[in-house]
Design a binder for this molecule. Structure first.
Ligand code: GTP
Length: 253
């Protein structure tokens, strides 16, 4: 039964990220193509849209629910999740339960990341997502669930706004904040009164990236077979648009 159900489930790409980053806007843009994104409001549940993508160079930039006439398109589901902190369990639950998860797109608001509270909130969420994937990868190595490696795209959105940080800065700012977060959280573990013998493995399990390293970098996730890439774009306004993200997705499904 398990195999027959996995056969019918299309590959899935999950949209995650803090509230207001632009997840729903991006989903509607991909769904509607040239008609542009639809107006959105706060997402409260997950919603899925069926799309098809191709790695054909001709359809490199065409995103829409087009009928496949060439036979080169792959159907996949794109699933939007709520970004609100109070609904984090909904998004993390979807992450844990999605069958045939092929890729994660973590949308961030590059125009707001210069503000320390937005950076901290965004990086905190990203930390939890990456740590989840890391734990899943290590479980897999030790012979548990076979989940496959899941690449992560950090979509640095809102590049149309003049306050937007360039994607190189989005990357380094997130890495710096993740460095801080992982140090704070491991101190929390040490202070939690876990017995001295257990500290080693407990702490290691909760530590994102290369254990004991001074600075976190996304490269460290490669040790767990997790590729993390930061690419700039925008859903509305003038800018690079969403082509790079779409192309990244087309190659992962
Ligand atoms: P939640 O549903 O709360 O998780 O938010 P979300 O990530 O789905 O964000 P949503 O798509 O609702 O977008 C939030 C706001 O950002 C909306 O007003 C969008 O129009 C706006 N927005 C999205 N993408 C862009 C962009 O590329 N540039 C600009 N300037 N605004 C954008």
């Amino acid at each position: 039964l398990a195999s027959s159900s996995t056969y019918t489930v299309p590959p899935t790409v999950l949209l995650l990220g803090p509230e207001g980053a632009g997840k729903t806007s991006l989903l509607t843009l991909f769904e509607r193509g040239d008609d542009g994104p639809a107006p959105t409001h706060t997402t409260q549940t997950t919603q899925a849209v069926e799309l098809s993508a191709s790695v054909d160079s001709e359809s490199r930039t065409s995103f829409r629910n087009h009928d496949d006439t060439s036979g080169t398109h792959t159907k996949f589901l794109m699933v939007d999740t709520p970004g609100h902190g109070k609904l984090r369990n909904v998004a993390m639950g979807k992450l844990a339960r999605t069958e045939k998860l092929r890729a994660l797109v973590f949308v961030v608001d590059a125009a707001a990341l210069g503000e320390q509270d937005v950076l901290a909130q965004t990086a905190g969420y990203l930390h939890d997502v990456l740590l989840f994937l890391q734990k899943r990868a290590t479980d897999q190595k030790s012979g548990a669930a076979k989940a496959g490696r899941i690449p992560v795209l950090i979509a640095a959105n809102k590049m149309d706004l003049f306050t937007a940080l360039p994607s190189t800065l989005v990357k380094t700012n997130l890495e710096a904040e993740l460095t801080r977060i992982r140090a704070t959280r491991s101190k929390g573990l040490l202070d939690s009164g876990v017995g001295m013998d257990e500290v080693g493995s407990e702490e290691q399990d909760g530590w994102l990236g290369e254990y004991g390293s001074e600075k976190f970098s996304f490269k460290q996730m490669q040790e767990f077979d997790i590729d993390v890439e930061v690419l700039p774009g925008n859903v509305t306004g003038d800018g690079p648009g969403a082509d790079k993200w779409w192309w990244w997705i087309a190659q992962k499904i």
